[in-house]
Every structure is written in structure tokens, then in C-alpha cells.
Design a protein around this ligand. Structure first.
Ligand SMILES: [Zn+2]
Length: 58
């Protein structure tokens, strides 16, 4: 399991919602999180866990 850094949920690596950024692959629980990360990757990469996480509602 890996962490969806947008909403903080645990996701499996078999998810279709993933994106490569700066040579690393990031996994997301749903398309909303993927889209949110795509729009503002640096915000999520720099935020510490527990910071205002995006709520995808899934
Ligand atoms: Zn999510």
C-alpha cells in the first residue's frame, strides 16, 4: 500500500489513478485526487502529513 498524498488515504499500487512526477510515481484513490495533484503538485509534495489535505469525498 502507498499513500495518496492528496487526501491521505491508503491506496493499492494497482490503482488506475497514478501519475509520474519528477521521476517518481504517485498513486491516488480516485480521479479527483489525481486531478488535484496535477493542478498543484508542489503544494502536496511540500505539505507535511496532517496539513490541510484535500477532501475528495470518496
Ligand atoms: Zn484521495
Amino acid at each position: 500500500m502507498v499513500k495518496d498524498i492528496v487526501c491521505g488515504m491508503e491506496v493499492g499500487k494497482d490503482t488506475p489513478y497514478k501519475m509520474e512526477y519528477k521521476g517518481k510515481t504517485y498513486y491516488f484513490c480516485c480521479g479527483y485526487c489525481l486531478e488535484e495533484f496535477r493542478k498543484n503538485p508542489e503544494k502536496y509534495l511540500s505539505s507535511k502529513s496532517g496539513d490541510d489535505l484535500y477532501s475528495c469525498g470518496c
